[in-house]
Design a protein around this ligand. Structure first.
Ligand code: RFL
Ligand code: PHB
Length: 389
C-alpha cells in the first residue's frame, strides 16, 4: 500500500489532520490500535476554544457542534466560601464552547466515512520506520498478517502512550515533565447541570469542578489521592464529596443521579522537544500533556494540527519545506504558553499534600488578588479562551 501521509491515531488530532489533508487532495490513511466504539467510549475534554471551533468549520464538520454546543461567556472560581466570575466575553470579546470530545470525535469520524478516506482500526504493533530518510513507511499487523504502508510523511497522532514518541527515543528527543501528587475522579451523569457556567472550586478537602455536556448531562470532578481506586467510590460517596467542596447554594441545588461513566485520571505536565524527527511529526498528546485544569489538551491538539497542515499543504502545493521545517518551533511556542497556564491553574486550585499552610495562604492571596484585579482576571481570561494561532 502507498499513501502520502500515514496518520497513526484516530483521536481528535489524527481525525482533524486527516480531514484537512483530504480536503486539500492530499491522500492519507489513519491507523488505530482500537476501534471506533472504543475511541468514542473515552470521556475526556469538554471545552473548545475559538481556534478549535474554526478548525471544525474549515473541515466542514461543524454543523452539529454549532447546533448543540453551548457557548459560555464566563466561568466561576470558588474559594473561601466566595464565588468569583471570570467574565470571558466581557474581558476578551471571546467565548468558549462546551461540546464534548466524544461528540467532536463522532462528527469527525462520520465526516471521514462520508469522504471515503481510509481508516484502519484494530491494527496491532503499529510501527514507524525509516523516517530519517526520504522513504518512510509504517507497518502494522491484522489477523496475524504484517502489512506495510509506504508514504512521504508520518503524523504521530497516537496519544501519550503511542508508538511514535517511542520511535524517536535516543534520536535527540528531550522531555520535560511534572507529575502532580493527585488525580481527578470524574463522573458523567444524566442530570441537569448545577449552573449554566462551569465552577472551579478550591476547597480545604481538595479541588472540585462542575462541568457539563448538555442541558441534561453533567460532568463533575473531584481531586483524589493517587492511591484511590475508582471501584471504591460509590455514586453516593462521590455526590456527598463534591457537595462538600462547592459553595452551599450550589450544593443545595445540585441534582444527583446514577453515574454513566466514572474514572480516575492522573495529572501530568509533559513536553517533548522537538516535535519533528525527519519525516515523522509528533502531534497532540503524543508530544505534550497538560493537566486538565486549564481545559487545554484538545485545543492544543487543534493548534498543532493547524501548524502541521499548513506545512504539509505548502510542501505539496508550493514544493516548499519552509512550513514543515517551522512546525516544531511554531507549535512549541504556543504549547509552552498553554503548559504554563495549565500548571498555574492547577497550582492555584488544588490542595497540595506537602505544601502545608504557607502554600494555602499563598493560594488564598492569589485568589483574593484575582478577585480584586481586572488586569489579573483579563490575563486569566485571555489564556482560558486561548491564545491566537
Ligand atoms: P488521543 O485522544 O489520546 O488519541 C490518540 C489515538 O491514538 C491511538 N493509539 C494508537 N494507534 C495505533 N497504535 C498504537 N500503538 C496506539 N496507541 C494509541 C489511540 O487509540 C487514540 O485513538 O490523542 P489526541 O488525538 O492527540 O487528542 C488529545 C486529547 O484527547 C486530549 O488532549 C484531551 O482529552 C485532554 N483533555 C481536555 N482537553 C481540552 O482541551 N479541554 C478539556 O476540557 C479537557 N478535559 C482532558 C480533559 C483529558 C482528560 N483525560 C482523561 C486525559 C479531561 C480529562 C479527564
Ligand atoms: C470537562 O467538562 O470534562 C472539563 C471541563 C473543563 C476542564 C476540564 C474538563 O478544565
Amino acid at each position: 500500500m502507498r499513501t502520502q501521509v500515514v496518520i497513526i491515531g484516530s483521536g481528535p488530532s489524527g481525525l482533524m489532520l486527516g480531514a484537512l489533508l483530504s480536503k486539500s487532495g492530499i491522500d492519507n490513511i489513519i491507523i488505530d490500535r482500537v476501534d471506533r466504539d472504543y475511541i468514542l467510549g473515552r470521556i475526556r475534554a469538554g471545552v473548545l476554544e475559538v481556534g478549535a471551533i474554526g478548525l471544525m468549520d474549515r473541515i466542514g464538520a461543524g454543523e452539529r457542534m454549532h447546533r448543540e454546543g453551548l457557548l459560555h461567556d464566563g466561568f466561576s472560581l470558588s474559594f473561601s466560601g466566595r464565588r468569583h466570575r471570570i467574565a470571558l466575553k466581557e474581558l476578551t470579546g471571546t467565548s468558549v464552547m462546551v461540546y464534548g470530545q466524544t461528540e467532536l470525535t463522532r462528527d469527525l469520524m462520520d465526516h471521514r466515512e462520508q469522504s471515503g478516506a481510509k481508516t484502519i482500526y484494530n491494527a496491532g504493533n503499529v510501527t514507524p520506520h525509516e523516517f530519517d530518510g526520504e522513504k518512510p513507511y509504517v507497518t502494522y499487523e491484522r489477523d496475524g498478517v504484517t502489512h506495510r504502508i509506504d508514504c512521504d510523511f508520518i503524523a504521530g497522532c497516537d496519544g501519550y502512550h503511542g508508538p511514535s514518541r517511542s520511535a524517536v527515543q535516543g534520536k535527540g528527543l528531550q522531555t520535560y515533565e511534572k507529575v502532580y501528587p493527585f488525580g481527578w475522579l470524574g463522573v458523567l451523569a444524566d442530570v441537569p447541570p448545577v449552573h449554566h457556567e462551569l465552577i472551579y472550586a478550591n476547597h480545604a478537602r481538595g479541588f472540585a469542578l462542575c462541568s457539563q455536556r448538555s442541558p441534561t448531562r453533567s460532568r463533575y470532578y473531584v481531586q483524589v489521592p493517587l492511591t484511590d481506586k475508582v471501584e471504591e467510590w460509590s455514586d453516593d460517596a462521590f455526590w456527598d464529596e463534591i457537595r462538600r467542596r462547592v459553595p452551599e447554594d450550589v450544593a443545595q441545588s445540585m441534582v444527583t443521579g446514577p453515574s454513566i461513566e466514572k474514572s480516575i485520571a492522573p495529572l501530568r505536565s509533559f513536553v517533548a522537544e522537538p516535535l519533528r524527527f525527519g519525516r515523522l511529526f509528533l502531534v497532540g498528546d503524543a508530544g505534550h500533556i497538560v493537566p486538565p485544569t486549564g481545559a487545554k489538551g484538545l485545543n492544543l491538539a487543534a493548534s498543532d494540527v493547524h501548524y502541521l497542515f499548513a506545512g504539509l499543504e505548502e510542501f505539496y502545493g508550493e514544493k516548499s519545506k519552509a512550513g514543515i521545517d517551522a512546525y516544531s518551533a511554531r507549535a512549541l511556542r504556543r504549547i509552552w504558553k498553554a503548559e504554563r497556564f495549565s500548571w498555574s491553574m492547577t497550582m492555584l486550585m488544588h490542595r497540595f499534600p506537602d505544601d502545608g499552610e504557607f502554600g494555602q495562604k499563598v493560594q488564598e492571596a492569589e485568589l483574593d488578588y484575582l478577585a480584586s484585579s481586572v488586569p489579573a482576571q483579563t490575563a486569566m481570561a485571555e489564556n482560558y479562551v486561548g491564545l491566537p494561532y
